[in-house]
Design a protein around this ligand. Structure first.
Ligand SMILES: Cc1cc2nc3c(=O)[nH]c(=O)nc-3n(C[C@H](O)[C@H](O)[C@H](O)COP(=O)(O)O)c2cc1C
Length: 289
C-alpha cells in the first residue's frame, strides 16, 4: 500500500509536466502561426523591404496614414477615331517604337531641356497603384556629377561582371558586347535616374503606403522610353546592379527612394552601332483565346 504512494506521486508529476509542456507548445504554435501565414502569403508591406535603411518603417505600423479623403468625379473626355484612322495610328505608333534600340554610343551634343521636361511630364502620366505616383526622376547634367556617377557604376560593375553575375549571365551578355566600361555616362548630355518611392508622405507627414510602386514606376519608365523615341532621342535602359544605395546617397535622395533605372539620354554618336537583334513575331507573343 505504502509502496504505491511514491509511484502514484511520480505518475501525477509526469502527468503535470506532460500537460504543462503541451499547453506551452500550443501557446507557442498559436503565436507563430500569424508569422508563418504572413511569410507564406506576402502582404503589401513586403513591397516596402529595402536594404537602405527602411526596416523601421515596417515595424512602425501606427505611423501610417489612413486612406484618402473623397475626390470629385468629373465627365471623361474621349477622342474616338474612325476605324481606318485607328488602324493607321496604331500601325504608325508600332513602326515608330519598332525603331527604338538600346544605344550605348551617345554623342556629347546638348539636348533641349524643354524636351527633357516634356518627356518626364509624359512619364508622369503613367497609372500608379491607388494614384500614389511613386516616382522621382533625377536629371543630371553637370559633367562632374556625371563623371562621379560613372566612377561609382564602373567600380560596382567590374565586381558584378567578375564576381556577382556568374558565368551564364556574362556569357548571355557577350553578344551585346557590354562590359563594365560605361563611356556613355560621361558623353550623354543628360542622365535620368528613376527612383521608386517605396512609401510616401501624406500632407500631415504621416507615411503613406505606395501600393505596387515597382510596377507603377516600371510603367512610367516604359512611357518615358516611348516619349524619348518619339522626340528623336536615344537611350539605353540600365539597371546598375548594387549601385542603388551609393547613387541615392550621392544624389542626396531620401531613404524612401530606391534606384530602379538609369537612362543616359542624347543623340546617337556618328559611329554608333547596335547588335542586329530580331524581335519575336506576333504569333509568338500573342495568344487569343
Ligand atoms: C530591365 C532591363 C535592364 C537592362 N539593363 C541593361 C544594362 O544594365 N546595361 C545595358 O547595356 N543594357 C541593359 N538593358 C538593355 C537590353 O540589353 C536591351 O533592351 C536588349 O538587348 C534588347 O535590345 P533593344 O533595347 O535594342 O531592343 C536592359 C533592359 C531592360 C529591359
Amino acid at each position: 500500500m505504502f509502496s504505491l504512494i511514491p509511484v502514484s506521486v511520480a505518475i501525477v508529476c509526469i502527468l503535470i509536466v506532460w500537460i504543462f509542456k503541451n499547453v506551452a507548445r500550443g501557446i507557442k504554435r498559436r503565436k507563430e502561426e500569424p508569422r508563418a501565414q504572413a511569410e507564406a502569403r506576402p502582404c503589401v508591406r513586403d513591397n516596402l523591404k529595402d536594404s537602405t535603411g527602411l526596416h523601421q518603417v515596417e515595424e512602425d505600423a501606427d505611423a501610417w496614414q489612413e486612406s484618402e479623403i473623397s475626390v470629385e468625379h468629373v465627365p471623361f473626355s474621349h477622342t474616338r477615331y474612325p476605324e481606318k484612322e485607328m488602324i493607321k495610328r496604331s500601325k504608325e505608333f508600332y513602326e515608330l517604337l519598332n525603331k527604338r534600340r538600346s544605344v550605348r554610343f551617345i554623342s556629347n551634343e546638348q539636348v533641349p531641356m524643354e524636351v527633357i521636361r516634356n518627356v518626364i511630364r509624359t512619364a508622369g502620366t503613367a497609372p500608379s497603384g491607388a494614384h500614389t505616383e511613386p516616382w522621382t526622376f533625377v536629371v543630371v547634367k553637370d559633367p562632374d556629377m556625371k563623371h562621379r556617377i560613372r566612377e561609382i557604376i564602373e567600380e560596382e560593375e567590374e565586381i558584378n561582371y567578375s564576381k556577382r553575375m556568374g558565368r551564364q549571365w556574362v556569357t548571355d551578355l557577350k553578344k551585346l558586347r557590354t562590359n563594365w566600361i560605361k563611356e556613355y555616362l560621361d558623353t550623354a548630355p543628360v542622365l535620368i535616374l528613376i527612383f521608386k518611392q517605396v512609401y510616401g508622405f501624406a500632407a500631415n507627414n504621416q507615411k503613406k503606403v505606395h501600393y505596387y510602386n515597382e510596377i507603377s514606376v516600371s510603367i512610367a519608365c516604359g512611357i518615358l522610353l516611348a516619349a524619348l523615341q518619339n522626340a528623336g532621342l536615344v537611350t539605353v535602359t540600365t539597371t546598375p546592379l548594387n549601385c542603388g544605395p551609393r547613387l541615392r546617397m550621392f544624389l542626396s535622395r531620401p531613404t524612401n527612394e530606391k534606384l530602379l533605372m538609369l537612362l543616359p539620354v542624347g543623340y546617337p554618336s556618328k559611329q554608333a552601332t547596335v547588335p542586329d537583334l530580331k524581335r519575336k513575331p506576333l504569333d509568338q507573343i500573342m495568344v487569343t483565346v
